[in-house]
Ligand binder design. Structure first.
Ligand SMILES: NC(=O)c1ccc[n+]([C@@H]2O[C@H](COP(=O)([O-])OP(=O)(O)OC[C@H]3O[C@@H](n4cnc5c(N)ncnc54)[C@H](OP(=O)(O)O)[C@@H]3O)[C@@H](O)[C@H]2O)c1
Length: 115
């Protein structure tokens, strides 16, 4: 996955936790220039510090807001001159544990097949 990633400019949405954060760790170690977006700025800053990225490499971004996504894209271009990879990772799984716990009826059960 990381062959040729050295010095590539990678923007990751949903970079504050889970797969996005792990991908940021992985690609940063492989030499990519990573720019992170998500809503939880405190988490983004903590990850940037962990990875040795500058504070300017994170942008508070809600991907449902076009203007915020534009700011994220502009930041990456301002910092690095281009974007090579855009990882549109932000999102939640509908049947994730967090959602099941928040839902009174719990997760939807698969329907039994009729004979
Ligand atoms: N985990 C799996 O097994 C699996 C399997 C298939 C697909 N996926 C997909 O992979 C993606 C990441 O999953 P995950 O398991 O890593 O989930 P996660 O740990 O809940 O992380 C979700 C990330 O998305 C961000 N996010 C959510 N809504 C956002 C919004 N409106 N704007 C910007 N960022 C937003 C969250 O950051 P903030 O809350 O800080 O904004 C967080 O960083 C999701 O799209 C999921 O559907 C996951």
């Amino acid at each position: 996955m990381t062959q040729g990633i050295d010095n590539k400019v990678v923007v990751i949405t949903g970079g504050s936790s889970g797969l996005g954060a792990e991908t940021a760790r992985h690609l940063t170690r492989a030499g990519a220039k990573v720019v992170l977006g998500a809503r939880r700025l405190d988490r983004l800053h903590a990850l940037a510090e962990e990875l040795g990225l500058g504070a300017e490499s994170v942008v508070q971004t809600d991907v449902t807001d076009h203007a915020q996504v534009q700011v994220l894209v502009n930041r990456a271009v301002d910092l690095h001159g281009r974007i090579d990879v855009m990882l549109n990772n932000a999102g939640v799984m509908v049947d994730s544990c967090r959602h099941c716990l928040a839902c009174e009826s719990g997760p939807e059960q698969p329907k039994e097949k009729s004979a």
